[in-house]
Design a protein around this ligand. Structure first.
Ligand code: TXA
Ligand code: MG
Length: 339
């Protein structure tokens, strides 16, 4: 297949010609990778089953893993569903545009392939300026999973998209590095209770502050499928071992790394700025400051891919506390580790 057309676009000074070109591609049933504030998405016209089928094919995505539909305006939510529980309404009015996905009962017009036959639909309004212009110029809701091969770490820049999907998609809107670096928080309201199906770019503490009550976790109620139900996900080629947060974390990390090295592994250590000085004899990379979960989230997927480029076959990843975006970071690390 042909190489994708790559359109470099400045999010602070958007060239409308480039947006028109991408929207034209969507209208012709094409696949366009585009930046959001979380990760790059792989978009197609959500109302066109034939176009959406190409997403699954390009990503090697199983046909039972539903997609998120992206909209450019809050009002469009009501074209896709007749039921927005009051708690969900509160959340979208507070967080949209932004890294929050809500799962709602779907209306007839979205083809079954988007939701893989579920009666529910995941919807999100991203806040990246390129994404918003692109969706609105396309004139249709855009179905988009992350623009990586299924199971690989999500792409946080255009090069990651090329590395995974070269020859498989039509176009890439290259708007630079994504701001948050980790996917959206997926929420479903079941019987008035807010259930987090996937922790992500909006932390749990902030969601609880907005709704004024505690959330619960997991998949419940009428959505039978939950994000990340596949055991190994977001995975680099290398195996991942987590050295959990603990007072003697550095000592334990060194023990694991030295043991794995002695077993013949090409070991990499994913660490924090505060610990980096202890791992000078290893291939170590700094995720960010342990005290700054936002920075760690922004670098996570890029570092996992860098270890692959270095041909590391085992990453010893230091864990962090599950507060703020640390919750989503640890969720992705555990998926990458397959635990
Ligand atoms: O930040 C994001 O959410 C990015 C950007 C591109 O928007 N998208 C993204 O899409 O991460 P994807 O397909 O990689 O992850 C979407 C997750 C999937 O794990 C899927 O299982 C879940 O959302 N999902 C989609 N529809 C659902 C539904 N009806 N019920 C429950 N979960 C659903
Ligand atoms: Mg994904």
């Amino acid at each position: 297949m042909t190489r994708p057309v790559i359109l470099k676009i400045d999010p602070n000074n958007i060239d409308p010609k480039l947006i028109k070109q991408a929207a034209e591609c969507i209208k012709n049933k094409g696949l366009v990778a585009f930046p959001t504030e979380t990760v790059y998405g792989l978009g197609a016209n959500a109302l066109d089953a034939e176009a959406v089928a190409k997403i699954f094919e390009a990503k090697n995505r199983p046909l039972d893993d539903p997609l998120i539909v992206h909209i450019g305006d809050l009002a469009e939510l009501y074209d896709l569903t007749d039921e927005v529980p009051k708690e969900a309404k509160k959340l979208v009015e507070h967080f949209w545009p932004g890294p929050l996905t809500v799962v709602v009962k779907k209306k007839g017009k979205v083809p079954d392939i988007v939701t893989t036959g579920l009666v529910t639909l995941a919807v999100r309004m991203p806040r990246n300026s390129v994404a918003l212009e692109f969706i609105s110029e396309s004139g249709v809701p855009i179905a988009a999973p992350s623009a990586n091969l299924f199971g690989k770490p999500s792409p946080t820049n255009a090069q990651h998209v090329i590395d995974d999907l070269d020859g498989r998609i039509d176009m890439i809107l290259d708007g630079g590095k994504t701001e948050i670096g980790i996917e959206s928080t997926v929420v479903e309201v079941v019987d008035g209770e807010c259930v987090i199906l996937r922790p992500g770019g909006i932390d749990i503490e902030t969601i609880e502050a907005v709704i004024g009550e505690k959330v619960s976790f997991g998949s419940r109620g009428y959505s039978e499928k939950s994000p990340g139900k596949y055991p190994r996900h977001y995975s680099p080629n290398a195996a991942v071992l987590i050295s959990e947060e603990a007072p003697d974390q550095v000592k334990r990390t060194l023990e694991i790394a030295q043991r794995k090295l002695a077993e013949g592994h090409n070991v990499g250590i994913m660490t924090f700025g505060e610990h980096a000085c202890h791992y000078k004899e290893f291939n170590s990379k700094v995720l960010g400051l342990k005290s700054d979960s936002r920075m760690c989230a922004a670098n996570l997927f890029h570092l996992l891919r860098e270890f692959d480029s270095d041909k590391v076959d085992l990453i010893v990843a230091e864990g962090m506390s599950e507060k703020g975006l640390g919750h989503a970071v640890m969720n992705r690390l555990r998926k990458a580790a397959g635990v």
